[in-house]
Each structure stands twice: as structure tokens, then as C-alpha cells.
Design a protein around this ligand. Structure first.
Ligand code: SF4
Length: 346
């Protein structure tokens, strides 16, 4: 008999399997607390469960984990982790500490198939989707490695991959992350970022209450077609229509991410077009001055230019943040994840 991966199970699936084994339903609560809050890696450690029940669990299930190959630490405190998967492939995630919070940037696929021209991950192509437990275990593995006083308060799905190309595994993983018996994150502290798979956006709104970010990066179809191939399939108007139709939980806004590429999408006309676009949506904006990496032809705009661009939007009354680049020296900043800079590159 093949053992079942207990971390791929939803609450309902676990309840059903436990009942088939004659285990009381409250055991589900106990086991989930051990798995996701105490982060144990064996049934043996679940000491409030009777020995014979632990042995029964051991017989039918296994507890998987990712192999933490190591991390690189940036001068600004950011850490980039390399995690090994069951098929020996690897993914990266990035821990970004700030004075009042610490964000983990999580991956949803090995590589990415969306082909955005400014993104290092795109050069890998997509190798496969991450499974439910491979998504949640990134958080568990980093948590286990944190030092006294370090924490994870926020999650952003902006690592490797297009999360909305893997909703089959993303939605159950989000349920575990939100579940008070799971990791217990607040819905306000999780953001999923998409390049704009329009039909999946409505589905997202109907399936999860967490926040959505759209990686916009252009104000005309002509420019977006060039730097983000997804736009040829779902052009801007289709994307905005999906955003308008999406169910937005109370107080939520859609965050539009805008990677500023000098001479490509950072003119003042672009800023004015953004004002028009955002005024029709419940939206806020993050400006991300491009993080250059070896071999790219795109250029980062000067800080003063970013400031001028931001001013146009602020004057129009929008919430506009300029994202500070973190972890650039270890290729851990936005759009820089592609397993570069490790001894064991694959
Ligand atoms: S920017 Fe995001 S969606 Fe685009 S290729 Fe990179 S990882 Fe994929």
C-alpha cells in the first residue's frame, strides 16, 4: 500500500480518511496543529495523540518536507533560500525583514512560462507546477530556519512562476495558509500576483479572499505586447474587464505592480495614462524601478525620474508606493529569481 502525503490533504479529505481508519474527527485538529503550527516532521512527535494512533498514522501517511539546501544573505538582511523538491528540482523563496514586518516571497511553479521580457525567471521556461505541500512547505521550511525573534508576517506570491497558471494547487494551499488550524495568516497579509490571465482573475475572486496584484508594466497594448507575451492573448481591455468583474472583499483594492523600464514605459505620458486606467478601478499602485541583472538590456530609471512619475499619480489622488529594492546583491529582488549564484545550479 502506498502511503498518502498528509500535507496534500484538505481538512475534508483528512477528516474522511481519518474516519475510514476509525480515528475521531478531533484528531484532524490535533494533527493539523502539529503539522502547520508546531511544524513537526514525524508522527512520533505528536505527543498528545495515543501511541497506537500515531503508529496507525505512520502506517497510512507520510509527512513530506522540502530540503533546505541553504540561503544567501544580502547586505540589507534579505535572505534568498534554495529548496530541493522531491524530483531534485529546486525553487527559491525570499525572506524580506523590515522594522515592523517580515515578508516571504513564495514560488508557485518551477520556472515560469509567461515569458516576460524583463524577468530572469522567464529564461528558465516552466518546468512544472508546485504541488499543494510544495507551496506551503516553503513557509514551513523558512520558519524552521529562522532565529529567535525573527518571523514571517506577510506572504507574497511573487517568486518563481505564474500562480494563476497553477490554481489547482494554489487555492488549497491558500486555504491551509489562512486556516486558523493551519498557518493562520490573515487574508490581509497574503497577496497573489498575476501577469494577467484574465479568465482566472474572476475565478480567483470567487475562490479566495486574499489580495490580488496585477503585474501591469505598460499602459498601451503595443508596449505590453512586446514585454509581456500574455498581453497578446488577454489585452489590456480584457484584463481590466476581468478586474472590474472580480468579486473584491470589503476594503480590498487590487494592487497594480509597475516595473519601470527606462525609455520603454516610464514617460510622463505613461503616468497620465495610468491615472486614467486606475481611476476606473478600485486600485493602488506599486512602482518598481527595474532591478538590473547580468545580460539584460533593460535599464533602471534614475531615482529622480521615478519621483517625477510618482508625483503625477500622487497629484491625481492615488496611493502610490515606490518599492524599495531588497536583496539585489544576491539576485533576490523582484524578477531576479532563476537559481543563479548557487554552487549547485541545475
Ligand atoms: S514576471 Fe512573473 S509572470 Fe512574468 S515571467 Fe517572471 S515570474 Fe513569470
Amino acid at each position: 500500500m502506498e502511503k498518502v502525503n498528509i500535507k496534500n490533504l484538505t481538512v475534508d479529505e483528512m477528516t474522511e480518511k481519518f474516519s475510514e481508519l476509525g480515528l475521531e474527527s478531533y484528531r484532524v485538529t490535533q494533527v493539523r496543529k502539529w503539522l502547520y503550527q508546531k511544524l513537526v516532521l514525524s508522527f512520533e512527535e505528536m505527543t498528545d495523540i495515543r501511541k497506537e494512533h500515531r503508529l496507525l498514522l505512520e502506517e497510512y501517511f507520510f509527512i513530506p518536507s522540502l530540503i533546505l539546501h541553504g540561503f544567501q544573505q544580502s547586505g540589507d538582511g534579505t535572505r534568498k533560500y534554495l529548496m530541493g523538491l522531491e524530483d531534485e528540482r529546486t525553487v527559491e523563496c525570499v525572506w524580506i525583514p523590515e522594522p515592523k514586518r517580515a515578508t516571504l516571497c513564495v514560488s508557485s511553479q518551477v520556472g515560469c512560462g509567461m515569458g516576460c521580457g524583463f524577468c530572469l525567471t522567464a529564461t528558465m521556461g516552466v518546468l512544472r507546477n508546485l504541488k499543494v505541500y510544495e507551496i506551503t512547505e516553503q513557509i514551513a521550511a523558512v520558519k524552521r530556519s529562522l532565529k529567535e525573534g525573527e518571523k514571517i508576517t506577510n506572504l507574497v506570491f511573487m517568486g518563481m512562476g505564474e500562480p494563476l497558471a497553477n490554481t489547482r494547487n494554489l487555492f488549497p494551499a491558500l486555504n491551509i495558509l489562512l486556516d486558523p488550524l493551519g498557518f493562520g495568516f490573515s487574508r490581509h497579509h497574503i497577496t497573489v500576483s498575476t501577469s494577467g490571465i484574465a479568465p482566472e482573475i474572476e475565478k480567483f475572486g470567487n475562490n479566495t479572499p486574499v489580495k490580488l496584484a496585477i503585474s501591469l508594466n505598460a499602459t498601451t497594448d503595443k508596449v505590453r505586447d512586446e514585454i509581456m507575451p500574455i498581453n497578446q492573448k488577454f489585452p489590456l481591455e480584457k484584463l481590466f474587464e476581468a478586474c472590474r468583474k472580480m468579486h473584491l472583499p470589503k476594503r480590498n483594492k487590487i494592487t497594480f505592480e509597475y516595473v519601470m523600464l527606462h525609455g520603454i514605459n516610464d514617460t510622463l505620458e505613461d503616468a497620465k495614462r495610468l491615472v486614467k486606467i486606475l481611476s476606473k478601478l478600485k486600485a493602488k499602485l506599486n512602482l518598481i524601478p527595474f532591478n538590473e541583472y547580468p545580460g539584460t538590456s533593460f535599464k533602471r530609471p534614475a531615482d529622480e525620474w521615478v519621483h517625477q512619475f510618482q508625483k503625477v499619480l500622487l497629484n491625481a489622488g492615488f496611493v502610490v508606493n515606490v518599492r524599495k529594492s531588497r536583496g539585489r546583491d544576491i539576485l533576490g529582488a523582484c524578477g531576479q529569481l532563476a537559481k543563479k549564484g548557487w554552487d549547485r545550479e541545475q
